[in-house]
Design a protein around this ligand. Structure first.
Ligand SMILES: NC(=O)c1ccc[n+]([C@@H]2O[C@H](COP(=O)([O-])OP(=O)(O)OC[C@H]3O[C@@H](n4cnc5c(N)ncnc54)[C@H](OP(=O)(O)O)[C@@H]3O)[C@@H](O)[C@H]2O)c1
Length: 301
């Protein structure tokens, strides 16, 4: 990554800094970096500047004026309401697609490398083996389509400096997520039905956040996949979460996607082949069960 030419600390912009992943990215920042966090909303425990990424003037100001020169960007902000996106495709496109292009153009002008966080939803999920980074994309939802548009716009606007990092099934200390919902429901009910025919890799933000910094520091422009090792269904993840949380008296039953219809189509199998990232870092992200236990043993409640 470009060193600060002015002798000051390298200044890195992190978008979505109030979100589940972005807040963890801020906390995982290397010591020699000054982080400028931006979001639409206030964050608990992290310093965040208000920037609406759909407003080009605000993006320009964030990169070139507000905090002084920016030396790199980690872009985690997104319209993440997967089902609601089916009703609000324009807004989802503005945030996930077009804002990504605006940010990439500004980063290219600043000569700053850009890491864009993307999703397994760019694939349709019809494979039965992990998706390589260069596998043809085919999103089956509005959310997936708008995130893919963001990937394309970033790579087109900043071909030498944009890294796309696709991830999946995120959870972590800050924000709402599947393991947290399972803990709550398991305490409220004596029976839970959980989908067992969708397979992916649960990924802790505690694992992913340092990997994003490594991609910013050392990654070559292009696409990476980043997820915890191994694969499971939502049902497996629910069982592992409840068992590790020591919650008793609840029966967890597998059900099919058909029995639990949602507005947005989910990929049935979206495990990502992360070998390119493993090569870059010299090691894979932790196995999903280990990462889950680490998270549950920490401040998960
Ligand atoms: N969660 C997952 O399982 C998952 C899986 C694969 C990929 N990803 C990707 O990982 C990244 C982080 O996800 P996350 O779950 O941490 O998301 P999150 O908690 O929803 O955080 C995203 C943040 O972006 C902000 N944002 C939305 N619109 C904005 C705008 N116009 N300008 C500035 N900020 C805006 C949101 O603010 P508001 O809350 O006010 O809207 C929110 O604070 C996203 O790129 C997502 O697509 C997530």
């Amino acid at each position: 990554m470009t060193e600060a030419q002015d002798g000051g600390p390298r200044r890195i912009l992190v978008t979505g800094a109030a979100g589940m992943l972005g807040s963890q990215v801020l906390l995982a920042a290397p010591e020699d970096v000054e982080v400028v966090g931006t979001d639409m909303r206030e964050a608990h425990g992290v310093d965040v500047h208000g920037v609406d990424l759909t407003d080009e003037a605000q993006v320009q100001s964030a990169l070139f004026e507000a905090a002084g020169r920016i030396h790199g960007v980690i872009h985690t902000a997104a319209y993440t309401a997967v089902d609601k996106a089916e009703e609000e495709p324009e807004l989802a496109q503005a945030v996930n697609g077009d804002a990504c292009g605006v940010l990439a153009r500004a980063a290219a002008r600043a000569g700053a490398p850009l890491v864009v966080v993307s999703t397994d939803f760019v694939f349709d999920g019809t494979r039965t083996e992990p998706y390589p980074v260069d596998h043809p994309t085919s999103p089956a939802s509005v959310y997936g389509g708008t995130k893919l548009s963001g990937e394309h716009q970033a790579l087109a606007a900043h071909p030498d400096g944009a890294c796309i990092v696709r991830t999946q099934w995120l959870y972590g200390p800050r924000g709402g997520h599947f393991p947290g919902t399972m803990q709550r429901l398991a305490r409220e009910r004596d029976r839970l039905s959980v989908v067992s025919d969708q397979v992916g890799s649960p990924t802790s933000t505690l694992e992913l956040a340092p990997a994003l910094w490594d991609v910013l520091e050392r990654g070559e422009a292009g696409v990476y996949h980043a997820a915890c090792e191994g694969e499971c269904s939502w049902y497996d993840l629910a069982v592992a979460t409840i068992e590790a949380s020591g919650i008793e008296g609840v029966r967890i039953e597998p059900c099919s996607t058909e029995e639990f219809p949602r507005p947005a189509k989910r990929p049935a199998y979206s495990v990502l082949d992360c070998s390119k990232l493993t090569e870059l870092r010299g090691a894979p992200l932790a196995p999903w069960r280990d990462a889950l236990l680490t998270y549950l043993g920490g401040d998960s409640e």
